[in-house]
Design a protein around this ligand. Structure first.
Ligand SMILES: *[C@@H]1O[C@H](CO)[C@@H](O)[C@H](O)[C@H]1NC(C)=O
Length: 280
């Protein structure tokens, strides 16, 4: 009995910083064989054809963490396809942190779309082009989520920061544990130029690839966080902020690669920009 308990404790500790396999960390949830795990769990592919897309979700729920995944997106003519990679809690007043990659015609840039939902309300889109071709090789897409901020990063370069603005009345995701989800699906009714460019099914199946998942995170199970102890809360990412070099990189991306920012869309918000935009 004691040794069983010991085993659970050891496993529990290992799970917190998991660089495991896709078998260990994820369940394939849909796509009828179109999502596949390869190489002993080191590699995962999603595919999309005319009949269906595919998707997976994490076995664990997380409440705060630093979560990295390497993705290689659908190459070639990927117009109309959307690869979504996000964290989300269940229910009708859910929280959500989104990366979505909107495919494009060969040679035209992908759009990286980001959003943050709190209590079921989003409308906080920021969109970017990337400074590299995201279909040519794997790149790391990271979410840092701690009680003070959410930072979206690409290859270690921060592209967006959503700060905790509860002091001025903006809800922040901090009570609802989230799972990681990813899916590849057809959205040619809206994705490329508002639906003008249709998915070219002669290029199907479309495939996106995943590897090197790493979660340094607080796991949630049976109503408890694995970060309840002050020791785990003292880990660097739990209170991490952007240092001045990261702030400069963030500014560089926002100046050169941002193509949409809800915080500057005064037409969309004639009554005034959202409160969190006014302080930034
Ligand atoms: C596709 O490429 C065009 C041309 O550069 C660009 O304006 C557009 O934002 C891109 N669309 C998507 C969905 O990525």
């Amino acid at each position: 009995m004691a040794s069983m308990l010991h085993l659970f404790l050891v496993l529990g500790t290992l799970m917190v910083a998991s660089a495991g396999s896709f078998y260990q960390d994820f369940d394939i949830t849909w796509g009828d064989g179109r999502a596949k795990i390869h190489n002993n769990g080191q590699f995962l592919t999603l595919s999309l054809d005319k009949a269906s897309g595919s998707g997976f979700q994490s076995k664990n729920e997380y409440l705060f963490g630093k979560i990295d995944m390497q993705l290689k997106l659908v190459p070639g003519n990927s117009a109309g396809t959307v690869t979504a990679y996000y964290l989300k809690s269940p229910g009708s007043t859910w929280d959500e942190i989104d990366f979505e990659f909107l495919g494009n015609l060969s040679g035209d840039p992908y759009t990286l779309h980001t959003n943050v939902f709190t209590n079921g309300k989003g409308n906080r889109e920021q969109q970017f082009h990337l400074w590299f071709d995201p279909t040519a090789a794997f790149h790391t897409y990271s979410i840092l989520w701690n009680p003070q901020r959410i930072v979206f990063s690409v290859d270690g370069t921060p592209i967006r920061e959503f700060k905790n603005s509860e002091s001025i009345g903006v809800p922040f995701p901090k009570n609802q544990p989230m799972r990681i989800y990813s899916s590849l699906w057809n959205a040619d009714d809206w994705a490329t130029r508002g639906g003008l460019v249709k998915t070219d099914w002669t290029h199907a199946p479309f495939t996106a690839s995943y590897r090197n998942f790493k979660a340094d995170a607080c796991l949630w199970s049976n109503g408890k966080s694995s970060c309840a102890s002050s020791k785990s809360r003292s880990r660097a990412w739990f209170s991490q902020e952007l240092d001045s070099s990261s702030q400069n990189k963030l500014k560089w991306v926002q100046k050169n690669y941002m193509i949409y920012n809800y915080c500057t869309d005064t037409k969309r918000f004639p009554q005034g920009l959202p409160v969190e935009c006014r302080t930034a």
